[in-house]
Design a binder for this molecule. Structure first.
Ligand code: AHG
Ligand code: MN
Ligand code: MN
Length: 390
């Protein structure tokens, strides 16, 4: 039966995947859906490599050949029940990040409902922004509803958060729902950070599961709400980057294998704290300031997600050291340092507390802090040399 493929470039077709539920099925042939129902079944083979195929690609502004969304990507990584549950968990996180990205876009237009201070403090004694609380609600409800977690840790909640019991509860999720809060009201890039561990017993809430060493994570990622909305993810192998295509409402795979350059020309640190640094840190920064051919640049955004994302793509280092003001530094070990360190290492970089590998730390408290230096492996080693030689 010859199905007439009708390309109507004026109306934005939605790519749907075959299968009655409308969700992605094993088959990798997209069909183009117009209006309320399927009016044509277009498979890749049927599209001649001529104008009609280009028309489809133009209409969709994507390269149909390579279109991989977070959903199809993560479903295809599932090999068994465990990893299928992980893919469901990660999809729920993707949905939460899309929701928060939407809030960030609308922030300035929501007449104060989403921006500004909440008038409360978090466990760290830091003023909470309204968007911190919204992002926490979105993340925690999404994770709970996924039925794949036994316990959660949020930067915004002092205690562990047990999840509704579920036979599929195989994972622990730790997250910073909104990172870079001080940048919310001035439209500077902010983000969300998450890390995932295996639960020791399926469906059982075990508090100790939230205090595993960073190296035992099975997945980690972050969303960056910037000029584009990116989601960077590793499930233990390569590091993948997705970009939110708001016309599709999907995270599309745009960075199939991110590798951090072995060295870079950018260093990132809050020099406003230099009067509190110890000698080793001060000597290191002084050293990089005097490097020529080429000279180093200082870039500091004040949102860890944005500073780390730039470091991941361009190389160099991001540091939040300990100092006389904060002996353990500022960043939280479990849901800021560990996930970012896990991603950085999987991309070929390094992450240290100044002396040791961050991921070797076994946390004793869910909100403890660590000094952190991460980025290009050679540059992180150089920082460790300065900090241990002092
Ligand atoms: P959060 O908004 O989740 O509290 O995180 C803010 C962190 C981190 O994003 C950033 O790297 C660091 O605070 C910046 O701290 P300073 O303003 O002290 O430099
Ligand atoms: Mn943070
Ligand atoms: Mn935060």
């Amino acid at each position: 039966m010859k199905i007439k493929a009708r390309i109507v470039p004026s109306r934005r077709p939605r790519l749907a995947w075959s299968g009655t539920t409308g969700g992605p099925s094993r088959c990798s042939q997209p069909r183009v859906v117009y209006g309320s129902g399927v009016t044509s079944l277009v498979t890749r083979e049927m599209l001649p490599k001529t104008s009609s195929r280009n028309q489809l690609e133009d209409a969709l502004d994507v390269d149909v050949e390579d279109l991989q969304t977070l959903g199809t990507f993560i479903i295809n990584t599932a090999k068994d029940e465990d990893t299928s549950d992980l893919s469901i968990l990660i999809q729920s996180i993707g949905t939460s990040c899309k929701y928060i990205a939407n809030c960030v876009r609308k922030l300035g237009l929501a007449n104060g409902k989403l921006g500004g201070k909440a008038g409360t403090e978090n466990v760290q004694g830091e003023e909470q922004m309204k968007l911190d609380l919204v992002a926490h609600e979105v993340f925690s409800r999404g994770l709970d509803r996924s039925g794949r977690c036994t316990v959660m840790v949020s930067e915004e909640v002092e205690e562990l958060i047990p999840c509704a019991s579920s036979p599929h509860g195989r994972y622990v999720c730790v997250f910073d729902p909104l990172d870079g809060s001080s940048n919310i009201d001035c439209s500077v890039s902010i983000g969300s950070i998450f890390g995932i561990y295996k639960a020791t017993e399926r469906g059982v809430f075990n508090p100790k599961d939230a205090l595993q060493p960073g190296k035992d994570m099975v997945a980690a990622g972050y969303a960056l709400y910037g000029s584009a909305c990116n989601l960077v993810l590793t499930i233990g192998g390569c590091v993948y980057g997705f970009t939110l295509d708001s016309s599709l409402g999907e995270f599309v795979l745009t960075h199939p294998k991110i590798r951090v350059p072995p060295s870079g020309n950018i260093y990132s640190i809050n020099e406003g704290n230099s009067k509190f640094w110890d000698a080793g840190m001060a000597n290191y920064v002084n050293h990089v300031k005097n490097i020529q051919d080429p000279p180093r640049s200082l870039r500091y955004i004040g949102s860890m997600v944005a500073d780390v994302h730039r470091t991941l793509l361009y190389g160099g280092t991001f540091s939040y050291p300990s100092d006389s003001k904060s002996k353990d530094g500022k960043l939280r070990t479990l849901y800021e340092c560990f996930p970012m360190a896990y991603i950085m290492e999987k991309a070929g970089g390094a992450a240290s507390d100044g002396k040791n590998r961050i991921l070797d730390i076994t946390p004793h408290h869910i909100h403890q802090r660590s000094p952190i230096h991460m980025g290009s492996a050679e540059d992180v080693k150089e920082i460790e040399r300065f900090l241990t030689e002092q």
